[in-house]
Design a protein around this ligand. Structure first.
Ligand code: BEZ
Length: 238
């Protein structure tokens, strides 16, 4: 594994930064990240260790949902401070032996990075020594097709992530980009979306609302419009 950046435990990439580049070995062969995935969304995520229970439930869930992320033009890339042989043995155990909540025979086809030297984990601020100096926390980086970091999640070792929320965030970011809107709390496709206030271009709120039946203003600073689930799904290629 090589990186093009200085390794520091405390480097924390931020939202809006270019995704730090690296080369790594994975269960699917060597990768250059992010350049191998040009034009795609990327979710780079870490887990603390192979052959641990919470991580196993997470991998089974991500493995089961992999086609849904693929349909959203999103490449999943996993990482832990373990080597290739451990990764391969763990993924085989998951596929051949684990039957959890109706999930069985789950084949994980996305790359899982060998990061024994912790180079990538340090580059992405996945080592948080107050939690663990030797394992990555549960980090999730959402990286857009222009290779910018758009959302970051950090979870502790003991709490499994919510994969519906990870998918909701991806769909939300793609909706923001495709429709030029903002999204309210708990938004899901089909819910109203936030648009610039009706009077913000010097046009009276009443006139704009009157000419657009889909527009609703709660106050001078807060307007929404309808955006159907079908329109979102059509645009996102689902
Ligand atoms: C787990 O995945 O079960 C786990 C990993 C590291 C610390 C605690 C739990």
């Amino acid at each position: 594994m090589e990186t093009n950046q200085v390794n520091q435990v405390n480097v924390m990439p931020r939202i809006g930064d270019d995704a730090p580049a690296f080369r790594a070995n994975t269960t699917q062969g060597p990768i250059n990240f992010p350049s191998d995935f040009k034009g795609k969304w990327k979710i780079l995520f870490s887990h603390p260790a192979d052959f641990t229970p919470v991580c196993t439930t997470e991998f089974m869930t991500f493995g089961r949902m992999a086609d849904e992320f693929e349909a959203l033009n999103c490449q999943l890339v996993g990482l832990s401070i373990d080597g290739i042989h451990s990764h391969i043995a763990w993924l085989r155990t998951i596929r051949e032996k684990i039957d959890f909540r109706g999930m069985k025979g789950i084949e994980v086809k996305f790359p899982l990075i060998d990061d024994i030297p912790m180079n990538v984990a340090k580059l992405y601020g996945m080592i948080q020594p107050g939690e663990s100096a030797t394992s990555a926390v549960r980090a999730v980086f959402f990286i857009d097709p222009q290779d910018k970091i758009r959302t970051i999640m950090y979870y502790p070792l003991s709490l499994g992530r919510n994969f519906d929320e990870i998918k909701r965030v991806l769909i939300g970011l793609q909706t923001v980009d495709n429709f030029g809107v903002a999204l309210p709390a708990d938004w899901r496709p089909g819910d109203e979306v936030i648009v610039p206030p009706a009077g913000s271009c010097g046009v009276a709120k009443e006139r704009v609302e009157g000419s657009d039946k889909d527009l609703h203003c709660y106050d001078w600073f807060f307007c929404t419009r309808q955006l159907s689930k079908e329109d979102v799904e059509r645009k996102l290629g689902k």
